[in-house]
Design a protein around this ligand. Structure first.
Ligand code: GLY
Length: 264
């Protein structure tokens, strides 16, 4: 029986545009190189497609420098989609832009209307529950509204805390299968994954914690060989995707796509 938390027939991505130079970042290591970012993005899309998924590639949104990070705009579940409410003011409009795209696949889509805020990077959907980390972008009111929206679909939401100084909850963790989470030791130390098997990122490779399980493969950022070895040793089929330019904007594997199977 396919799992709803990592078996998907579809994905949505958005190409990086010239605006990425103005993307939000915690530490300025220089603007991303657009041509290199586009090449990395193409490798990412190809890796999704190679699993058999249908990938809808959207064009760049020049008024939204962070629009390439489509995950923050919506939550896509087996029963329905929810347009989110990003906590970064410059990103709020990205959610509205995603609504008509998701309507093509889901028909009617739900929406977080506020006053709270919630970004997709703070939401980890596992086979048994939805974990949401409060962060600088996601607050208690946003989590409470999401909880009400997804309850009729049978999901329980567990509110957690994203570590201080970390952009999103999933900056520090990823779902690998029904029972297994890849996580930084600093996040796992909070006990939030008790009951799951945790594979810790090796010291110095915390930035590898944002990966995605997508069908039979795990897409992981290139440049973290000990994490890749650890995942391979645990039996995962790892695809290393270059991510240096998205990383300049604190973006990673999960941020770059919405992953879902439209309701039948
Ligand atoms: N640059 C991605 C974000 O800050 O939301």
């Amino acid at each position: 029986m396919p799992t709803r938390s990592y078996t998907f027939s579809h994905a949505i991505t958005r190409a990086p545009g010239a605006g990425v130079a103005q993307g939000l970042r915690e530490v300025d290591t220089g603007a991303p190189d657009l041509a290199l970012f586009q090449a990395h993005h193409a490798a990412y899309v190809a890796a999704l497609r190679a699993t058999g998924a249908e990938v809808t590639e959207l064009g760049p949104l020049d008024q939204f420098p962070d629009g390439v990070f489509v995950e923050d705009a919506a939550l896509t579940l087996a029963q329905g989609a929810v347009i989110l409410r990003p906590g970064a003011p410059s990103r709020l409009g990205e959610a509205a832009a995603m609504a008509p795209i998701l309507a093509r696949f889901y028909g009617e889509v739900a929406a977080i209307t506020g006053p709270g805020f919630i970004e997709g990077g703070d939401i980890l959907v596992t086979e048994r529950e939805i974990l949401v980390g409060r962060s600088a972008r996601t607050d208690a009111a946003g989590i409470a509204e999401l909880t009400r929206r997804v309850a009729p679909w049978g999901y329980t939401v567990r509110e957690l805390q994203t570590p201080p100084g970390v952009l999103h909850f999933k900056t520090d963790c990823s779902l690998l299968d029904e029972d297994t989470i890849l996580a930084t030791p600093r996040l796992a130390a909070c006990g939030c994954f008790d009951g799951y098997r945790v594979i810790p990122t090796p010291e110095g490779e915390e930035a590898a914690a944002n990966a995605i399980r997508f069908n039979d493969v795990v897409l992981a950022p290139a440049g973290f060989p000990r994490t890749a070895e650890r995942l391979a040793a645990a039996g995962y089929d790892v695809r290393e995707i270059p991510n240096s330019e998205a990383a300049r904007l604190d973006g990673g594997m999960s941020c770059l796509s919405l992953r879902f199977t439209p309701p039948a």
